[in-house]
Every structure is written in C-alpha cells, then in structure tokens.
Design a protein around this ligand. Sequence first.
Ligand code: HEC
Length: 166
Amino acid sequence: MSVAVAPVAVRADAAQIEQGRYLFSTRGCADCHGANGAGKTVIKDGPMLIVSPNITSGANSVTTAYKIEDWVRTVRHGDTSADALREKMRFVVELMEGRLKALGFSWSDALATQAYTVHDIGSLIGPEIAAHGAAPAGVTWHLARPPVHGLEFEMDVRGPARELLI
Ligand code: HEC
C-alpha cells in the first residue's frame, strides 16, 4: 500500500535523544525489540513463533535503508492528528477491501458499513471511505472507542444474503 508520508525535522540534541530513549523504554518497544533494539524472540509457544527484528543502525538491521519518512510511518501509533487519522482510515479501508476480495466479495455487497472512533473523521469520510466505494449503503459512525486498547479507528462491514427486519 502506498500512503504519502511527510518527513519531520529530526533534532539530535541530548534532550531529544534522551526523550527518544525514554519513549523507547516506556512505550513497549524495548519489551519486544530488547533494551538495545537488537531484536529477540518475543513468543515461542508451540507452533507460535514471533521474532522481533533488529531495528538499530548496526549490521543485520531491517532499518538500514530507512528514511525519516519510514520512521514516521512506523511510529505513528497513537497519533490522532487529521493527517494520521487519514492514514489509519486508508489502511483499514484497503485491508478490508483485500479481505472482502479474498472471500469473493466487494464493497458493493456491503449492506452496512460502520466506523468506530471518537476523533473527528467528518471531512475524511468522503475521500477515504465513500470515494473508495466502501459505503454503498452509507456509513454509520459510532462516536465510540474501538474495544481494543490503543486502536483509534476501526470499521466493520456487513452483507447478509437475506436480512429480515421486524
Ligand atoms: C508486541 C511486540 C512489539 C512491540 C511492543 C513493538 N514491536 Fe516493533 N516489531 C515487532 C515485530 C514482531 C516486528 C516484525 C514485524 C514483521 O516483520 O512483520 C517489528 C518490526 C518493527 C520495525 C521494522 C519494520 C520493518 O520495516 O520491517 C520497526 C522499525 C519497529 N518494529 C519499531 C518499533 C518501535 C519504535 C516500537 C515502540 C513504539 C515497537 N516496534 C514496538 C514487535 C514489536
């Protein structure tokens, strides 16, 4: 998927570096990537194996070719600016479209499209949802948080073969 991401100015003074270290160790990054970011086995339980990659600037790192934009994209978790919401919506709509397709359906089969967020997505519904054909029967926007901690935007879609209303 391609989403235009604007770079940010990076300052490398001591205070910013300390703030980065603080965020890395308090926002869960270190839990999975290790205190020094070298990566490690996060879960090994029967057939379940999750290994986090090395994200340092050293050898064997998956971020060697990262540009500032790539870091912005990766760490946008929790960002609820209009721009970040647009990216989240775009991601969700594309993901759902792919899943519908995999099941042999498309947006035109949707009888109800619902969005869940407490953020103002008013001006984004047109370009990010309707324009993608994701709301053939309109959008119901629930002014509510998705039931997953840390998730700022969620959508679901319903398209029964036959619906009885009583
Ligand atoms: C629950 C465990 C977990 C947490 C918490 C976590 N990561 Fe990750 N991270 C992973 C795993 C697993 C991958 C590899 C995903 C893949 O290859 O599909 C990954 C991949 C990455 C990548 C590389 C993506 C790429 O381009 O290949 C970066 C950069 C990254 N994480 C940064 C962070 C930062 C920064 C934080 C904290 C804000 C963080 N991660 C928190 C598990 C985690």
